[in-house]
Every structure is written in structure tokens, then in C-alpha cells.
Design a protein around this ligand. Structure first.
Ligand SMILES: N[C@@H](CCC[C@H](N)C(=O)O)C(=O)O
Length: 290
């Protein structure tokens, strides 16, 4: 990371919060240690992750998507690891682009490591993301917390998820540590784990332990994985019924609405908020990166 002044913003989507680092030319090197310090809630700015805003043409991982999507969401988890996709992050990313005058309200495409996502920014500020299609690998997975185990559904939303239906969200415990899962070979790169209870017809509530970030107040890809798993459990597979299925998913930080279409395409709608902007102190950064 360079030590000249670096602008940042802070934002969140249903309280899944991010440090936004605008860097159109990809001039800022963001080593994992710097990301972890930026996300540190006491020694840094604080966040569940970093949204590095880069022009696709300027980033080696996004160049091939540049013709379709001008902007690349270079997403990092709070511990500095890289993830394929962040559902809440994409909404906040799009909201930032609009606020910065880099895009207009309506439709835009955002490049991510999980492919190009189509985003719609509505007049009321809500944002809908076409999350693409999910994969439902067949492996049987078990999730364990404090000696209690549940079968979990393996859902891939570009990033990996294990969805466990539980009797009580409190059974997930304090989630300070990552829940155990087995077999380990199903998720060689780690996994995001969702715990789900029913709230009503097509209405669920969840908690999540995110790979690389710990328990967060919301996870967009996690909410999509939960809606898919709930639809299968409820016998409401849109591919079989021919009709879209919508679930309302309550999270500790807010509510997301997820629709799965008969062709497998999934849409997520929710809010995005920018709360602050400023500059990272170059002297502090020097101490971070040594
Ligand atoms: N909070 C995100 C997911 C971020 C990535 C995840 N922790 C992973 O490592 O896959 C969301 O809103 O989807």
C-alpha cells in the first residue's frame, strides 16, 4: 500500500459493513495485513471487509470482464483473504458508484471474482442484484456447535455455504469461533455457515459465521443460499413448479428479499448506506505496513 493520502468511505448493507477504497487505476497495493488493520474495529476503521473499487481494465483479474462491466469489486474479507463474491458488498459498491457520479440510477454491471453481476438501482435507493445461478452439490455436510450437530445443505453462490436449519438461533452459540463442519474435504477453501429458523410462510431468520470475517450482522450470498435451501426443504423448487419463489430473510442487521426463478437465476433486493468518508492517515499506514 502506498503511504500517500488514501481516501476511504464507510458503508453497510443490512449492517454488513465495509471500508470502501476508491482506486480507479489500481494504484493501491492492499496486502492482507493492511486489509486486516483497516477492518480492525479498535485499531483501524472497522468493517467486515474491504471494497476496493477499481476499473476492470486496470485489474489483472478483471480485464476480461472490462467490455461488460466498467467497474470491478475487488472484495476482501476482514482477515485479508479474498472471496469470490459479496452480495451485500455489491449493493454498497453500486451505491458508492452512484454517489460518486460514476454511474447513473437504473441498470449497471459490476465485475466480481464470481463473474459479472447485473445491478438495478431503484429510485427509492433499494438495490437489486442478479446473483446468477446457484450450484447445489450433493455432498452431505454436518455442522457442529457446542456438541450439537445438524445436517447442512451445501449451496454455492459463487462462494461456498453450508445451510443448517436449527430449532433456535441461540443454538448457534456465541459464534466467536468458526463452527465445525464435516467432511472437511467438501470445503477445501473454508465455508460460510448459516443457521436458520422459520418465521412464517416463505419467511426465515438466520445468523451467519462468515469465512474470513466471523459472525456478521448480514450476508447477502448467505441469504440467497438460505432461500435456495429453504425452497428445496419446502418442496418449492422453482425449476419444478415453473414459478418464481420469494423468501424474506431476516438477519440481525436487517431484511433481504430473495427470489429464485425457474431458470435458476437468483435476485436479491436490499438497502445500501454510506455513513462516512475521509482519509487514511499516512503515518498510521506506515506503522501498519512497516
Ligand atoms: N458478506 C458477504 C460475503 C463475503 C464473503 C464471504 N465471507 C466469503 O469468504 O465467501 C455477502 O454479503 O455475501
Amino acid at each position: 500500500m502506498s503511504t500517500s493520502q488514501i481516501a476511504f468511505l464507510k458503508g453497510h448493507g443490512t449492517e454488513n459493513d465495509f471500508v470502501i477504497v476508491p482506486d480507479p487505476g489500481n494504484a493501491i497495493d492492499l496486502p492482507a495485513a493492511a486489509v486486516a488493520r483497516l477492518c480492525d474495529r479498535r485499531a483501524g476503521i472497522g468493517g467486515d471487509g474491504v471494497l476496493h473499487v477499481v476499473r476492470s481494465a486496470a485489474h489483472p483479474e478483471a480485464r476480461t470482464m472490462a467490455a461488460e462491466a466498467e467497474w470491478f469489486m475487488d472484495y476482501r474479507n476482514a482477515d485479508g483473504t479474498i472471496a469470490e463474491m459479496c452480495g451485500n458488498g455489491v449493493r454498497v459498491f453500486a451505491h458508492y458508484l452512484l454517489r460518486a457520479g460514476l454511474v447513473e440510477e437504473g441498470d449497471l454491471a459490476v465485475a466480481t471474482r464470481g463473474g459479472v453481476k447485473q445491478v438495478h438501482i431503484a429510485e427509492d435507493g433499494s438495490i437489486t442484484v442478479s446473483m446468477g445461478r446457484r450450484l447445489l452439490p450433493e455432498e452431505q455436510v454436518t455442522v457442529t456447535v457446542d456438541g450439537r450437530s445438524w445436517p447442512a445443505r451445501n449451496v454455492n453462490m459463487g462462494n461456498p455455504h453450508a445451510v443448517a436449519f436449527v430449532e433456535d438461533l441461540a443454538h448457534a452459540g456465541d459464534l466467536y469461533a468458526a463452527p465445525e463442519f464435516a467432511p472437511a474435504a467438501v470445503y477445501p477453501d473454508g465455508v460460510n455457515i448459516e443457521f436458520v429458523v422459520d418465521r412464517g410462510p416463505r419467511h426465515v431468520a438466520m445468523r451467519v459465521h462468515e469465512r474470513g470475517s466471523g459472525e456478521t450482522r448480514s450476508c447477502g450470498t448467505g441469504a440467497c443460499a438460505v432461500a435456495v435451501a429453504a425452497a428445496r426443504r419446502d418442496g418449492a423448487d422453482p425449476a419444478l413448479t415453473g414459478s418464481p419463489v420469494t423468501y424474506t430473510v431476516d438477519l440481525p442487521g436487517g431484511t433481504l428479499v430473495i427470489t429464485e426463478h425457474p431458470d435458476g437465476a437468483i435476485e436479491m433486493t436490499g438497502p445500501a448506506v454510506i455513513v462516512a468518508e475521509g482519509f487514511i492517515d499516512p503515518l498510521w499506514l506506515e506503522t501498519v505496513i512497516g
